[in-house]
Design a binder for this molecule. Structure first.
Ligand SMILES: Cc1ncc(COP(=O)(O)O)c(C=O)c1O
Length: 413
Protein backbone atom coordinates (compact mmCIF):
# COMPACT_ATOMS: atom_id res chain seq x y z
CA UNK A 1 0.00 0.00 0.00
CA UNK A 2 1.24 3.51 -0.85
CA UNK A 3 1.05 6.09 1.92
CA UNK A 4 -0.43 9.55 1.21
CA UNK A 5 2.98 11.13 0.52
CA UNK A 6 3.98 8.33 -1.87
CA UNK A 7 0.68 8.38 -3.69
CA UNK A 8 1.09 12.12 -4.34
CA UNK A 9 4.58 11.48 -5.74
CA UNK A 10 3.70 8.41 -7.82
CA UNK A 11 5.27 10.03 -10.91
CA UNK A 12 8.78 10.35 -9.41
CA UNK A 13 11.67 8.69 -11.23
CA UNK A 14 15.40 9.32 -11.49
CA UNK A 15 15.16 12.23 -13.92
CA UNK A 16 11.93 13.77 -12.57
CA UNK A 17 11.96 14.20 -8.81
CA UNK A 18 12.08 16.62 -5.92
CA UNK A 19 15.45 17.12 -4.33
CA UNK A 20 14.48 18.82 -1.11
CA UNK A 21 12.00 21.51 -2.17
CA UNK A 22 13.27 21.80 -5.76
CA UNK A 23 11.77 19.86 -8.64
CA UNK A 24 14.37 18.53 -11.11
CA UNK A 25 13.76 17.41 -14.67
CA UNK A 26 16.51 15.94 -16.85
CA UNK A 27 19.14 16.99 -14.32
CA UNK A 28 18.05 20.65 -14.22
CA UNK A 29 16.03 22.58 -11.65
CA UNK A 30 12.63 23.30 -13.18
CA UNK A 31 12.72 26.80 -11.65
CA UNK A 32 15.85 27.45 -13.77
CA UNK A 33 14.10 26.10 -16.88
CA UNK A 34 11.16 28.40 -16.15
CA UNK A 35 13.47 31.41 -15.84
CA UNK A 36 15.26 30.44 -19.04
CA UNK A 37 12.24 29.64 -21.22
CA UNK A 38 9.36 31.54 -19.54
CA UNK A 39 5.80 30.32 -19.93
CA UNK A 40 4.00 28.68 -21.50
CA UNK A 41 6.81 26.45 -22.75
CA UNK A 42 7.13 22.78 -23.61
CA UNK A 43 10.47 21.33 -22.53
CA UNK A 44 11.53 17.87 -23.71
CA UNK A 45 14.35 15.68 -22.48
CA UNK A 46 16.07 13.78 -25.25
CA UNK A 47 17.83 11.61 -22.66
CA UNK A 48 14.41 10.33 -21.55
CA UNK A 49 13.29 9.75 -25.15
CA UNK A 50 16.43 7.69 -25.77
CA UNK A 51 15.87 5.71 -22.55
CA UNK A 52 12.29 4.96 -23.62
CA UNK A 53 13.46 3.89 -27.08
CA UNK A 54 16.17 1.64 -25.68
CA UNK A 55 13.72 0.03 -23.24
CA UNK A 56 11.34 -0.85 -26.07
CA UNK A 57 14.20 -2.21 -28.17
CA UNK A 58 15.27 -4.42 -25.25
CA UNK A 59 11.72 -5.76 -24.88
CA UNK A 60 11.51 -6.45 -28.62
CA UNK A 61 14.82 -8.31 -28.48
CA UNK A 62 13.53 -10.34 -25.51
CA UNK A 63 10.49 -11.34 -27.58
CA UNK A 64 12.82 -13.36 -29.85
CA UNK A 65 11.08 -12.39 -33.06
CA UNK A 66 12.33 -13.40 -36.50
CA UNK A 67 12.91 -9.67 -37.08
CA UNK A 68 11.47 -6.34 -36.04
CA UNK A 69 11.37 -2.63 -36.94
CA UNK A 70 10.61 0.19 -34.56
CA UNK A 71 8.85 3.20 -36.09
CA UNK A 72 8.12 6.39 -34.19
CA UNK A 73 4.55 7.67 -34.72
CA UNK A 74 5.44 11.28 -35.43
CA UNK A 75 1.88 12.51 -34.99
CA UNK A 76 2.70 12.37 -31.26
CA UNK A 77 5.30 15.14 -31.57
CA UNK A 78 6.82 16.48 -34.78
CA UNK A 79 9.18 19.11 -33.27
CA UNK A 80 11.99 19.25 -35.83
CA UNK A 81 14.96 19.12 -33.39
CA UNK A 82 13.40 16.05 -31.83
CA UNK A 83 12.93 14.26 -35.16
CA UNK A 84 16.48 15.12 -36.20
CA UNK A 85 17.86 13.78 -32.92
CA UNK A 86 15.80 10.60 -33.31
CA UNK A 87 17.15 10.15 -36.83
CA UNK A 88 20.70 10.48 -35.50
CA UNK A 89 20.17 7.65 -33.01
CA UNK A 90 19.49 5.20 -35.85
CA UNK A 91 17.10 3.46 -33.43
CA UNK A 92 13.84 4.04 -35.29
CA UNK A 93 12.11 4.83 -38.54
CA UNK A 94 8.91 6.85 -38.83
CA UNK A 95 5.20 6.16 -38.92
CA UNK A 96 3.60 9.06 -40.81
CA UNK A 97 -0.07 9.79 -41.38
CA UNK A 98 -0.17 12.65 -43.89
CA UNK A 99 1.86 13.70 -46.93
CA UNK A 100 3.08 16.76 -44.99
CA UNK A 101 4.35 14.49 -42.21
CA UNK A 102 6.28 12.47 -44.78
CA UNK A 103 7.78 15.67 -46.21
CA UNK A 104 8.70 16.86 -42.72
CA UNK A 105 10.29 13.55 -41.72
CA UNK A 106 12.37 13.62 -44.90
CA UNK A 107 13.43 17.20 -44.16
CA UNK A 108 14.61 15.98 -40.74
CA UNK A 109 16.86 13.35 -42.31
CA UNK A 110 14.74 10.19 -42.61
CA UNK A 111 14.85 8.42 -45.97
CA UNK A 112 11.48 7.56 -47.54
CA UNK A 113 12.30 3.85 -47.16
CA UNK A 114 12.52 4.39 -43.39
CA UNK A 115 8.95 5.70 -43.34
CA UNK A 116 5.74 3.71 -43.19
CA UNK A 117 2.56 5.58 -44.08
CA UNK A 118 -0.83 4.75 -42.61
CA UNK A 119 -3.85 7.02 -42.86
CA UNK A 120 -7.43 7.11 -43.97
CA UNK A 121 -9.68 9.31 -46.08
CA UNK A 122 -6.95 10.03 -48.61
CA UNK A 123 -7.72 12.41 -51.44
CA UNK A 124 -6.37 11.85 -54.91
CA UNK A 125 -4.05 14.80 -54.22
CA UNK A 126 -2.70 13.01 -51.10
CA UNK A 127 -2.05 9.83 -53.05
CA UNK A 128 -0.29 11.69 -55.87
CA UNK A 129 1.94 13.40 -53.30
CA UNK A 130 2.80 10.10 -51.58
CA UNK A 131 3.63 8.42 -54.87
CA UNK A 132 6.49 10.93 -55.38
CA UNK A 133 8.46 9.43 -52.49
CA UNK A 134 10.27 6.42 -53.93
CA UNK A 135 10.69 3.75 -51.29
CA UNK A 136 7.85 4.99 -49.05
CA UNK A 137 5.71 2.06 -47.91
CA UNK A 138 1.95 2.70 -47.86
CA UNK A 139 -0.68 0.87 -45.83
CA UNK A 140 -4.11 1.19 -47.44
CA UNK A 141 -6.87 1.47 -44.86
CA UNK A 142 -9.90 1.09 -47.13
CA UNK A 143 -10.97 -0.58 -50.37
CA UNK A 144 -11.01 2.89 -51.88
CA UNK A 145 -7.34 3.44 -50.94
CA UNK A 146 -6.35 0.10 -52.56
CA UNK A 147 -8.10 1.13 -55.75
CA UNK A 148 -6.61 4.65 -55.82
CA UNK A 149 -3.10 3.39 -55.05
CA UNK A 150 -3.47 0.58 -57.57
CA UNK A 151 -4.38 3.06 -60.30
CA UNK A 152 -1.16 5.02 -59.93
CA UNK A 153 1.21 2.31 -58.67
CA UNK A 154 0.05 -0.98 -60.20
CA UNK A 155 2.34 -3.89 -59.50
CA UNK A 156 3.72 -2.42 -56.24
CA UNK A 157 3.78 -3.95 -52.76
CA UNK A 158 1.34 -2.54 -50.21
CA UNK A 159 0.16 -3.08 -46.68
CA UNK A 160 -3.46 -3.12 -45.65
CA UNK A 161 -4.69 -1.72 -42.37
CA UNK A 162 -7.28 -4.04 -40.91
CA UNK A 163 -9.94 -3.73 -38.23
CA UNK A 164 -10.60 -6.84 -36.15
CA UNK A 165 -13.77 -5.41 -34.58
CA UNK A 166 -12.11 -5.33 -31.16
CA UNK A 167 -9.63 -2.92 -29.62
CA UNK A 168 -7.53 -2.11 -26.60
CA UNK A 169 -7.11 1.20 -24.79
CA UNK A 170 -6.24 2.72 -21.45
CA UNK A 171 -8.85 1.66 -18.88
CA UNK A 172 -11.22 0.81 -21.76
CA UNK A 173 -11.57 4.53 -22.54
CA UNK A 174 -13.69 4.32 -25.69
CA UNK A 175 -12.50 7.72 -26.91
CA UNK A 176 -9.06 6.11 -27.26
CA UNK A 177 -10.30 3.04 -29.10
CA UNK A 178 -9.96 2.70 -32.88
CA UNK A 179 -11.76 -0.62 -33.23
CA UNK A 180 -14.57 -2.11 -31.19
CA UNK A 181 -18.20 -3.11 -31.19
CA UNK A 182 -19.33 0.04 -33.00
CA UNK A 183 -18.07 0.46 -36.57
CA UNK A 184 -15.18 2.89 -36.97
CA UNK A 185 -13.62 4.47 -40.05
CA UNK A 186 -10.31 2.67 -39.46
CA UNK A 187 -9.16 -0.24 -41.55
CA UNK A 188 -10.62 -3.05 -43.61
CA UNK A 189 -13.06 -5.35 -41.80
CA UNK A 190 -12.99 -9.13 -42.02
CA UNK A 191 -16.05 -9.20 -44.27
CA UNK A 192 -14.27 -6.84 -46.71
CA UNK A 193 -11.08 -8.90 -46.91
CA UNK A 194 -12.08 -10.99 -49.93
CA UNK A 195 -12.92 -7.85 -51.88
CA UNK A 196 -9.62 -6.27 -50.79
CA UNK A 197 -7.71 -9.31 -52.08
CA UNK A 198 -9.60 -9.21 -55.38
CA UNK A 199 -8.96 -5.48 -55.82
CA UNK A 200 -5.27 -5.95 -55.07
CA UNK A 201 -5.10 -8.78 -57.63
CA UNK A 202 -6.86 -6.59 -60.19
CA UNK A 203 -4.06 -4.00 -59.93
CA UNK A 204 -1.31 -6.63 -59.46
CA UNK A 205 -0.64 -5.25 -56.01
CA UNK A 206 1.12 -7.59 -53.62
CA UNK A 207 -0.12 -7.38 -50.02
CA UNK A 208 3.06 -7.93 -48.02
CA UNK A 209 2.03 -6.28 -44.77
CA UNK A 210 -0.95 -6.44 -42.44
CA UNK A 211 -1.28 -3.41 -40.19
CA UNK A 212 -3.55 -2.81 -37.24
CA UNK A 213 -3.67 -0.16 -34.53
CA UNK A 214 -6.73 -0.68 -32.37
CA UNK A 215 -6.33 1.86 -29.58
CA UNK A 216 -4.10 3.96 -27.35
CA UNK A 217 -2.70 4.11 -23.84
CA UNK A 218 -2.94 0.45 -22.82
CA UNK A 219 -1.19 -0.55 -19.60
CA UNK A 220 -0.52 -3.86 -17.85
CA UNK A 221 -4.18 -4.45 -16.97
CA UNK A 222 -5.07 -4.33 -20.66
CA UNK A 223 -2.43 -6.82 -21.85
CA UNK A 224 -4.83 -9.80 -21.87
CA UNK A 225 -7.05 -7.84 -24.27
CA UNK A 226 -4.03 -6.92 -26.40
CA UNK A 227 -3.20 -10.63 -26.50
CA UNK A 228 -6.74 -11.35 -27.82
CA UNK A 229 -6.44 -8.58 -30.43
CA UNK A 230 -3.16 -10.05 -31.75
CA UNK A 231 -4.68 -13.52 -31.92
CA UNK A 232 -7.77 -12.26 -33.76
CA UNK A 233 -5.74 -10.29 -36.31
CA UNK A 234 -3.50 -13.24 -37.06
CA UNK A 235 -6.40 -15.60 -37.52
CA UNK A 236 -8.81 -13.31 -39.38
CA UNK A 237 -6.33 -11.53 -41.65
CA UNK A 238 -2.64 -12.43 -41.58
CA UNK A 239 -3.11 -16.14 -42.17
CA UNK A 240 -5.48 -15.47 -45.07
CA UNK A 241 -3.01 -13.31 -47.02
CA UNK A 242 -0.38 -15.55 -48.61
CA UNK A 243 2.21 -12.86 -49.51
CA UNK A 244 2.42 -11.26 -46.07
CA UNK A 245 5.93 -11.01 -44.65
CA UNK A 246 5.42 -8.21 -42.10
CA UNK A 247 2.85 -7.59 -39.39
CA UNK A 248 2.55 -4.09 -37.97
CA UNK A 249 0.99 -4.28 -34.50
CA UNK A 250 0.51 -0.50 -34.23
CA UNK A 251 1.32 1.67 -31.25
CA UNK A 252 -0.82 2.13 -28.18
CA UNK A 253 1.65 1.42 -25.37
CA UNK A 254 0.70 3.75 -22.53
CA UNK A 255 2.34 5.62 -19.67
CA UNK A 256 0.83 6.20 -16.22
CA UNK A 257 -1.30 9.30 -15.68
CA UNK A 258 -2.49 8.71 -12.10
CA UNK A 259 -1.15 6.98 -8.99
CA UNK A 260 -3.15 3.80 -9.56
CA UNK A 261 -1.93 3.28 -13.15
CA UNK A 262 1.55 1.80 -12.63
CA UNK A 263 4.04 1.48 -15.49
CA UNK A 264 3.40 -0.88 -18.40
CA UNK A 265 5.00 -4.26 -17.69
CA UNK A 266 7.20 -4.55 -20.78
CA UNK A 267 8.43 -8.02 -19.83
CA UNK A 268 4.85 -9.29 -19.93
CA UNK A 269 4.21 -7.31 -23.13
CA UNK A 270 7.24 -8.97 -24.68
CA UNK A 271 5.95 -12.43 -23.64
CA UNK A 272 2.66 -11.75 -25.42
CA UNK A 273 4.53 -10.80 -28.59
CA UNK A 274 6.69 -13.90 -28.33
CA UNK A 275 3.62 -16.11 -27.85
CA UNK A 276 2.17 -14.93 -31.18
CA UNK A 277 5.26 -14.28 -33.27
CA UNK A 278 8.16 -16.24 -31.74
CA UNK A 279 7.30 -19.35 -33.76
CA UNK A 280 6.08 -17.61 -36.92
CA UNK A 281 8.16 -16.19 -39.74
CA UNK A 282 6.75 -12.65 -39.87
CA UNK A 283 8.80 -9.56 -39.28
CA UNK A 284 7.07 -7.42 -36.66
CA UNK A 285 6.68 -3.65 -36.88
CA UNK A 286 5.78 -1.50 -33.91
CA UNK A 287 4.85 2.18 -34.12
CA UNK A 288 4.53 3.78 -30.70
CA UNK A 289 4.15 7.51 -30.12
CA UNK A 290 2.98 8.07 -26.55
CA UNK A 291 5.35 5.58 -24.95
CA UNK A 292 8.43 7.21 -26.47
CA UNK A 293 7.58 10.86 -26.01
CA UNK A 294 4.84 11.53 -23.51
CA UNK A 295 6.73 11.30 -20.23
CA UNK A 296 9.77 13.01 -21.80
CA UNK A 297 8.02 16.38 -21.87
CA UNK A 298 6.76 18.93 -19.37
CA UNK A 299 4.67 22.04 -19.91
CA UNK A 300 5.70 25.08 -17.87
CA UNK A 301 2.82 27.42 -17.12
CA UNK A 302 2.65 30.73 -15.26
CA UNK A 303 0.12 31.39 -12.53
CA UNK A 304 -2.29 34.21 -13.33
CA UNK A 305 -4.91 34.36 -10.57
CA UNK A 306 -6.32 32.54 -7.56
CA UNK A 307 -9.83 32.86 -6.24
CA UNK A 308 -12.44 30.87 -4.39
CA UNK A 309 -15.72 30.56 -6.28
CA UNK A 310 -18.45 28.89 -4.27
CA UNK A 311 -16.75 25.79 -2.84
CA UNK A 312 -13.81 25.60 -5.28
CA UNK A 313 -10.42 27.24 -5.05
CA UNK A 314 -9.30 28.05 -8.63
CA UNK A 315 -5.74 28.68 -9.73
CA UNK A 316 -5.50 30.13 -13.24
CA UNK A 317 -2.55 29.74 -15.60
CA UNK A 318 -1.38 31.45 -18.77
CA UNK A 319 -2.36 28.74 -21.28
CA UNK A 320 -5.37 26.55 -21.86
CA UNK A 321 -6.45 23.23 -23.31
CA UNK A 322 -5.89 24.43 -26.88
CA UNK A 323 -2.12 23.92 -26.54
CA UNK A 324 -2.38 20.48 -24.90
CA UNK A 325 -5.87 19.11 -25.54
CA UNK A 326 -5.66 15.59 -24.10
CA UNK A 327 -6.92 16.35 -20.57
CA UNK A 328 -9.99 18.06 -22.02
CA UNK A 329 -10.64 15.79 -24.99
CA UNK A 330 -9.72 12.40 -23.60
CA UNK A 331 -10.08 12.90 -19.87
CA UNK A 332 -6.38 12.18 -19.33
CA UNK A 333 -5.18 14.05 -16.23
CA UNK A 334 -1.80 15.83 -16.53
CA UNK A 335 -0.51 16.04 -12.96
CA UNK A 336 0.40 19.63 -11.95
CA UNK A 337 3.49 20.22 -9.81
CA UNK A 338 5.18 23.25 -8.27
CA UNK A 339 8.82 23.85 -9.26
CA UNK A 340 9.44 24.69 -5.62
CA UNK A 341 7.30 22.81 -3.15
CA UNK A 342 7.40 24.59 0.19
CA UNK A 343 4.93 24.63 3.08
CA UNK A 344 1.47 23.15 3.44
CA UNK A 345 -0.27 21.77 0.38
CA UNK A 346 -3.84 22.78 -0.40
CA UNK A 347 -6.39 21.47 -2.84
CA UNK A 348 -7.02 23.61 -5.92
CA UNK A 349 -8.47 23.28 -9.41
CA UNK A 350 -6.06 24.43 -12.10
CA UNK A 351 -7.74 26.17 -15.04
CA UNK A 352 -6.54 27.72 -18.29
CA UNK A 353 -7.14 30.99 -20.16
CA UNK A 354 -9.50 29.77 -22.87
CA UNK A 355 -13.11 30.83 -22.97
CA UNK A 356 -14.57 27.31 -22.88
CA UNK A 357 -16.10 25.34 -20.02
CA UNK A 358 -13.89 22.32 -20.71
CA UNK A 359 -10.75 24.37 -20.11
CA UNK A 360 -9.83 22.67 -16.83
CA UNK A 361 -6.31 21.35 -16.48
CA UNK A 362 -6.76 19.39 -13.27
CA UNK A 363 -9.38 19.16 -10.53
CA UNK A 364 -8.37 18.98 -6.88
CA UNK A 365 -4.59 19.07 -7.27
CA UNK A 366 -2.48 19.34 -4.12
CA UNK A 367 -0.21 22.37 -4.55
CA UNK A 368 1.64 24.70 -2.18
CA UNK A 369 0.83 28.42 -1.89
CA UNK A 370 1.96 30.14 -5.07
CA UNK A 371 2.48 33.80 -5.77
CA UNK A 372 1.23 35.45 -8.93
CA UNK A 373 3.75 34.73 -11.72
CA UNK A 374 5.06 31.63 -9.96
CA UNK A 375 5.11 28.61 -12.21
CA UNK A 376 3.18 25.35 -12.36
CA UNK A 377 4.43 22.38 -14.36
CA UNK A 378 2.30 19.72 -16.03
CA UNK A 379 3.91 16.34 -16.59
CA UNK A 380 3.21 13.96 -19.51
CA UNK A 381 3.12 16.86 -21.97
CA UNK A 382 5.64 15.37 -24.43
CA UNK A 383 3.14 13.74 -26.81
CA UNK A 384 -0.17 14.78 -28.34
CA UNK A 385 0.19 18.23 -26.79
CA UNK A 386 2.09 20.77 -28.92
CA UNK A 387 1.41 18.62 -31.98
CA UNK A 388 -2.35 18.98 -31.42
CA UNK A 389 -2.30 22.66 -30.47
CA UNK A 390 -4.72 25.06 -32.10
CA UNK A 391 -5.04 28.81 -32.22
CA UNK A 392 -8.42 28.79 -30.49
CA UNK A 393 -9.27 32.20 -28.99
CA UNK A 394 -6.08 33.36 -30.76
CA UNK A 395 -4.04 31.95 -27.89
CA UNK A 396 -2.09 29.33 -29.73
CA UNK A 397 -0.40 30.98 -32.65
CA UNK A 398 2.56 28.85 -33.64
CA UNK A 399 5.05 31.69 -33.41
CA UNK A 400 4.11 33.01 -30.05
CA UNK A 401 2.35 30.70 -27.64
CA UNK A 402 3.45 27.19 -28.56
CA UNK A 403 7.14 27.34 -27.75
CA UNK A 404 9.16 24.14 -27.57
CA UNK A 405 12.67 23.38 -26.33
CA UNK A 406 14.66 20.16 -26.53
CA UNK A 407 17.22 19.46 -23.81
CA UNK A 408 20.01 17.45 -25.47
CA UNK A 409 21.12 14.10 -24.11
CA UNK A 410 24.42 15.35 -22.69
CA UNK A 411 25.62 11.87 -21.72
CA UNK A 412 25.63 10.89 -25.39
CA UNK A 413 27.31 14.03 -26.86
C1 LIG B 1 -1.98 4.21 -37.13
C2 LIG B 1 -1.38 4.66 -35.85
N1 LIG B 1 -0.19 4.16 -35.47
C3 LIG B 1 0.41 4.54 -34.33
C4 LIG B 1 -0.18 5.45 -33.50
C5 LIG B 1 0.53 5.85 -32.24
O1 LIG B 1 -0.22 5.53 -31.13
P1 LIG B 1 0.35 5.72 -29.67
O2 LIG B 1 0.83 7.11 -29.56
O3 LIG B 1 -0.81 5.45 -28.80
O4 LIG B 1 1.46 4.73 -29.49
C6 LIG B 1 -1.42 5.99 -33.84
C7 LIG B 1 -2.07 6.95 -32.93
O5 LIG B 1 -3.20 7.20 -32.94
C8 LIG B 1 -2.04 5.58 -35.04
O6 LIG B 1 -3.22 6.07 -35.42
Amino acid sequence: MMNAEESQRWWQRDDLAYRGEELYFAGLAVSTLAKRFGSPAFVYSFARVRENLERVHAALRDAKLPGYTLLYAMKANRFAPLLTSLQHTGLCGIDACSPREVEHAVSCGFRPDQISFTAGSLSRRDVDALACFDGLFVDCDSLHAIKTWGEIKPGSSIGIRVNPGMGVSRADNDKLQYAGVAATKFGIYEEQLQEALSLAAHYSLKITKIHFHTGCGYLTAELPQWDRVLGACLEKFVERCPDVTTVNVGGGLGVPHVASDGVLDLAEWSRVLNKHFGHRQYKVELEPGEYLLKDAGILILGKTFEETKQTSRFVGVDAGFNIAPEPAYYNLPFQPLAPICRGELKQVTVVGNINEALDVWYRDAWLPDLNEQDHIVLINAGAYSASMASNHCMRGDGNTMVREFLLPDTKKQ
